[in-house]
Design a protein. Sequence first.
Length: 405
Amino acid sequence: MRSPTQKIEDSSRDSGKGDVVTPSPHSDSAYWLRIEVATDALRHNMALFRARVKKPTKLMAVVKANGYGHGLQIAAQSFLAGGADVLGVHSLCEARELRKGGVKAPLIILGPVTEFEVVEAANLDAEITVASLAAAEAAARAAHHGTGCRIHLKVESGVNRQGVTEKELDSVLTVLTETKDLQIVGLSSHYADIEDTTDHTFARQQKNRFDSYVQLLASRGLKNVCRHMSCSAAAILWESSHFDMVRVGISGYGIWPSRESLISAREAGHGDLPLRPALTWKCRVAQVKEVSAGETVGYGRVWKAPVDSRIAVLPVGYSDGYPRALSGRAHVLIHGCRAPITGRICMNLIMVDVSHVTTAAGDEAVLLGRQGHEVITAEQLADMMNSIPYEVITLPGSTWERVPI
């Protein structure tokens, strides 16, 4: 975590020209970089899905990638309070952190695990995902050493990422069913193209292919496994794809999976789902300086002041997860006004034009979220980056203090 700002022990006040930083008296944070997470929004979003996903179908909240950038523990506790039954993580280390934090809810590790991680997963009472013959053999070796585990078998239906193919299925099932202490409790797959289009022909084909896997397992005596394939978009669009458990990721954090998903939902009569984003990225102005007309700002001298200008320096950059691709495109909010980024985003600093708004060192700047009547959304930043909101909200790393509010 970056060092907190220190109050200067003299009578001088920053005039806006120096680099003295005195936290605003109305602020309760002394940190340079701060992410505020609205836990009521997370609970609200999960409650929307809990109402949509009818019991006994289970509701999984996916909290991988540090809770999609919201903080692993913050997201987990909020989603459980909102009605989630199960938490999905990507890795063993995430499962370990949740258990250390006191989370007792069922956990499923969705990503790959090694033979040695199978042992710890079992000790943590976390279920694992097996998506290949090699993974099945690793789980079997762990079981031969006296470690059992509950397994979700992930099958290939069209993503061509994780997943056992129909050709491999018989060999994988033989390894798992003939190994003592291994129990197949789930069958899963993943949609490839349900978010990026309003034509869901391929997604329906995937669902049909998944149904065929269900029948293949039933023919081997595995009739009571937990079937799950639905992501956020499928959870909203297709009740018929809910099966035994629904996995909610991006929309649990208040963000539509894509514009196409919103259009499809509106066409199906589900477009009124009132999702609430939960993130606000904040930092403090470190310095304000005068730049004369004709002078340039930043590396490469790509921005030239058209008139005498005032430039605020903010202590955040691409090493903190604020991408260089936003140079010259994005704004920050200061006192409820948009301040455009000038010049190139640096490793730890950005410069913004505040000629139109009274600004001093220590003032609060919002990089994502709402301030006053203005708002900067993950969708807006994603468009500027030619990316998706998923990437945007997971960008900030450990230099930020995450605070539940």
